[in-house]
Design a protein around this ligand. Structure first.
Ligand code: AMP
Ligand code: ZN
Length: 466
């Protein structure tokens, strides 16, 4: 088995993945800020992280993944007030929507989804350690800041030029750009804009800054050091740079070994974002008649470090690609029948090697999908020539199923059978018991009109969406 190599933003190099604990991969993935429905740009990041998680499992690692929910920050406070709701009521709505959306996209559940507001004591304790060690100070405005000139490694992830650092300049906002590198807020003293959002602390009433949330929650669930930290490239600065500074200054230990960042989902060459207003939520796209599976394919099919321009035409292409997969899996199922799986044909064995080698090279999905579609072409040719015996067809089915543990997109999602279809199935079962084959066939036609296929198997009727 070949080794898995990943591109580490910290070193800007491809490196072999070696976890700190043998056999156990531990990941922290920055999660949603729950102030709106996540847009499909956000889901590009979560789908990439899902592919990473699934590939680690494919390689035999046990995975512990933490994804935080940012339910207190500048944006959640601002928009909860505009909606006239308490922060908790307001964010609860979008937390629920997020979990519904990830199910639609077949994103596997992480092991932990800590919410920031449930971890305020851990954040206060971490800030206290930073202050005790001399990395943090309370300013005249009552807020507590991280002192970046006390931390000479500041800038190592974003590769900042430190020569322009101005000691003592402060930034209180959660989001700021590289032109405004400065001491950043760990704890923000209450002001009237915060309304009733405040916690008691050794520095008076206030609330945490955004960056300290992830340092505190990663430490709580993964300890001071873990393997992989991910997010979109926009997280590199300031969010991840600040997380490293806070965590390493406090613990004196290295934070994450590997940093993986996905490129943006673009619309007309611009980052899809809420602030630009050029975004589509997953719900908008489903309303237009696309499926979660098609969106997942679209987000998955471009390498995570290449930017991806979103268009509805590319979603149509995703639909076409999946149709090709579905036609092949249906043909394979017919050819395999109930045969036990035997050896893979040579073309499938070669495809299996190519697929794994591609994914091992920093999740090279384009090459992996090329191996998949080459296998489909070879498989269809073999089926056309009646050269695929049932046991070999069953082996190819098993290969696709194994690939799909990593891709999560090849199998059609199980769909609940609607009541009207079930009623026809029940009538058809009764007709078959009475050996009324003409009625059974007529009912098959009616079921087809409702968009379902029915197959008779030794275990009875099996209905699948057409
Ligand atoms: P946010 O809710 O803004 O904190 O973002 C959640 C995640 O989505 C972060 O990992 C961001 O880096 C990522 N993200 C935001 N916009 C995009 C985009 N247009 N393309 C890819 N990832 C994005
Ligand atoms: Zn984070």
């Amino acid at each position: 088995m070949s080794v898995f190599r990943v591109h580490n933003t910290l070193t800007r190099r491809l490196e072999e993945f070696q976890p700190l604990e043998p056999g156990h991969a531990r990941l922290y993935t920055c999660g949603p800020t729950v102030y709106n429905y996540a847009h499909i740009g956000n889901f590009r990041a979560y789908v990439f992280e899902d592919l990473l998680r699934r590939w680690l499992k494919f390689k035999g690692f046990r995975v512990t993944q933490v994804m935080n929910l940012t339910d207190v920050d500048d944006k959640t406070i601002r928009d909860s007030q505009a909606a006239g709701l308490s922060l908790a009521e307001f964010t609860a709505r979008y937390k629920q929507a997020f979990f519904e959306d990830i199910r639609v996209l077949n994103i596997e559940a992480a092991e932990h989804y800590p919410a920031a507001t449930d971890h305020i004591p851990e954040m206060i304790a971490l800030i206290q350690v930073l202050q005790d060690k001399g990395y943090a100070y309370r300013a005249d405005d009552g807020s507590v800041y991280f002192s970046i000139d006390r931390w000479p490694q500041y800038g190592k992830l974003a590769h900042l030029d430190r020569s322009g650092l101005r000691a003592g300049v402060r930034v209180n906002a959660d989001e700021y750009d590289k032109e405004n590198v400065a001491d950043f807020a760990l704890w923000k003293a209450w002001d009237e804009k915060d309304g009733d959002v405040a916690w008691d602390s050794p520095w008076g009433r206030g609330r945490p800054g955004w960056h300290i949330e992830c340092s505190a929650m990663s430490q709580r669930y993964l300890g001071p050091s873990f393997d992989i930290h991910t997010g979109g490239v926009d997280n590199i600065f300031p969010h991840h740079e600040d997380e490293i500074a806070q965590s390493e200054a406090a613990t004196g230990q290295p934070f994450a070994t590997y940093w993986l960042h996905c490129a943006h989902l673009l619309v007309d060459g611009q980052k899809m974002s809420k602030s630009r207003g050029n975004f589509h939520t997953l719900r908008d796209v489903l309303q237009r008649g696309y499926t979660g599976r098609e969106v997942r394919y679209e987000l998955l099919a471009t390498h995570y470090r290449a930017s991806l321009n979103f268009t509805f035409a590319s979603l149509d292409a995703a639909r076409t690609a999946l149709r090709r997969v579905d036609e092949f899996t249906a043909r394979l199922a017919d050819a395999a029948g109930s045969a036990a799986s035997a050896e893979l044909p040579t073309w499938a064995r070669l495809a299996a090697t190519r697929f794994e080698a591609a994914m091992d090279e920093d999740l090279n999905i384009s090459a992996a999908l090329a191996a998949l579609f080459d296998a489909i072409r070879e498989g269809n040719a073999a089926l056309d020539a009646r050269a695929l015996a049932p046991p070999a067809a069953a082996a190819v089915q098993a290969l696709l199923a194994r690939w799909d543990t990593a891709l999560g997109v090849l199998a059609k999602p199980a769909t609940a059978i609607p009541a009207d279809v079930q009623a026809l199935l029940d009538r058809r079962q009764a007709a078959r018991t009475a050996k009324d084959w003409a009625q059974s066939d007529a009912l098959r036609g009616e079921i087809a009109n409702l968009g379902w296929n029915v197959k008779d198997t030794p275990k009875g009727q099996v209905a699948t969406p057409r």
